[in-house]
Write a protein that binds this ligand. Sequence first.
Ligand code: GLC
Length: 695
Amino acid sequence: MNDQALRDLLASLSLEEKAGQLAQIPLTVCTGSMSDPTGPLMELHLTPEQVPLCGSLICVEPGNAEVFARVIREMTDKHPHHIPPVLMRDMIHGTRTIFPIPLAMGCTFDEQLAERMARVTAAESAPTGVHATFAPMVDVVRDPRWGRVMESPGEAPALCAAMGAAMVRGFRGEGLDKPGTQATCVKHYAAYGLCEAGQEYSPIDVSRAELYNVYLPPFRAALDAGCDMVMSSFEAVDRIPCVCNRWLLRDVLRDWWGSDAMTISDYADVGQLLFHGLCDELKDAAALCLEAGMDMDMMSAAYNRFLPDLVREGRVSEALLDEACLRVLQLKNRLGLFEDPLRGASPEAQAEALARSEHREAALQAALRSCVLLKNEGVLPLKSGVRLALVGDHADERNLLGGWAGDGVPAETECLREALSRDERIVLTSPEEAEVILYAVGEPAAETGEASSKAHPCLTDAQMAEWRRLHALGKPVVAVVFAGRPLMMADALPLCEAMLYAWFPGSMGAEAIRRLIMGDASPSGHLSMTMPRCVGQIPIHHDRLTTARPQSEQRFTNRYLDVPSTPLFPFGFGLSYTDFALEDAALSAPVLRPDGEAAVEVTLRNTGACHGETVVQLYARMKQGSILRPERQLIGWKRVALDAGESLRVSLPVTQDMLALYDARRTLLPPRGDCLLAVGTDSTAPWSLTLRCDA
Ligand code: GLC
């Protein structure tokens, strides 16, 4: 449909029909089935006549092309203008083939892999009839107590931006008019990751400077990559809930960024204004949110019930309704829904997409690159013929998928015992008979994701007691840890000779771990979040702002009396079975000008005995400026694979854009003066180069 036809369609709609387009209701209303919602169950007070007018469906039930197609067809048929609903679902790290959780994908530092993950997810989701995914999640996360850190690419804004943009490209493929693609919705706008004390839905306070420099850039990157929608966060900025925050929804999104992306509330968040005490009536909440720039109301049924009257009463302008409605229609048009509401979905297409072996291969490659080897005292890789005891509550656990696992079926997922039993080089035996003990331990998948905050993100007492018992046997212990967040591992670390942090590695996780521990592949994940020593250090991240009193032996410095200031493992850390050396770091040019580019060039040499991959990371720090800057900041990286003895000259570009900052008034402060640069394989790399930034 061309734009004029779309506008003609809009002009022909009644107030009820326009307001209906702005409502997202659950698919269950149409199917009568019951599924666990992703928020509180609620009464939507929808009349049977209102249902087909609703513009969108949120679906939490398993992908089912037959059911979804029936509902989409029925709603389209019943709509007076035959406008199809847009069907949205949370496809975060896979549809049926589940990839490692996004935090683990962050550990790959591999945008191409993230793009591939999204491409595969879309290829499996689109044939079920789903049109759009509530992804990518790009909240910058620094608090492991918060269960949703698993959904984010991690603590570094640049990494969140790059991975988020890559996912948008992957989901959207060659364009939404092509089959096997999904529209995208970047979330949660903004600063959700700041949840006070890591507690879900707790309030936050954030400065403008932090928003501009830390929390907003990943959203802008996703939008620049073509993201279709933006979901508001449950938080408030400047004490104004994001769902009705005009500054975020209009000033920043529309006026500053020039984005035309559709905005959508989070689950029931329009109605939640009543709980915040901003409104007495749902009707007032509808007016407030629409005026602020919120286009679609997810799961409050406030817009469709009250906007028509609000317009008739002159309390809300029809132009606002039109503006929001047009964006919904434009999204549907981009998806080609007016021509084919199903976009090729069918049970056959669904079955065909699920059977593709290349999807499992892609998930395996992602799992291989996302596990992080934190410790290895010569025990890994295991030797062929090893007598191995496999113990721990995750040894037989099939749910290695983690939270938000779409249609992933734990019962169909291989557990570690099955994967290891298949390997002829391993003799599984009891701890008493074994040469090496593999302790598979961690948190349950159900304790990750939304509403999974923990004041003690730690292993349980029983898990620790078992670990001590195994350690006391006096044999090497290899720990494989499954978790949706950095758990506090300081007490456990001395109880093992090797630790592989596997996160939730997805459908192919057990196979990936088998290959890694047997040395068929070398671990190459690098931490996307700092691992604290203890809860009291949280939040701890590599890019905190400078302190004027860095830690020293003196009393009045930035330190704790009871623990070191350093983390257990720094951001970017990850071991390999081989060794890498970085040599001859040099700048391509000594001076960087506003439109110019300089590069840090460094030779990476594999000095060990086997093939391996690592992530070369570039950190920067400006020596002068008019506002505080991070102590160091990740500005670039490259994942490199090298055979034993091989070397490669790696080039990491630097531009002034990467170093520029905004002040609280949104004035862009270009970098001026000396910039220290460090290149290494984790965030403790020493400063080795100085680049001069000139006007
Ligand atoms: C939630 C989440 C959001 C999700 C939505 C729909 O409560 O915060 O991430 O996309 O509901 O399921």
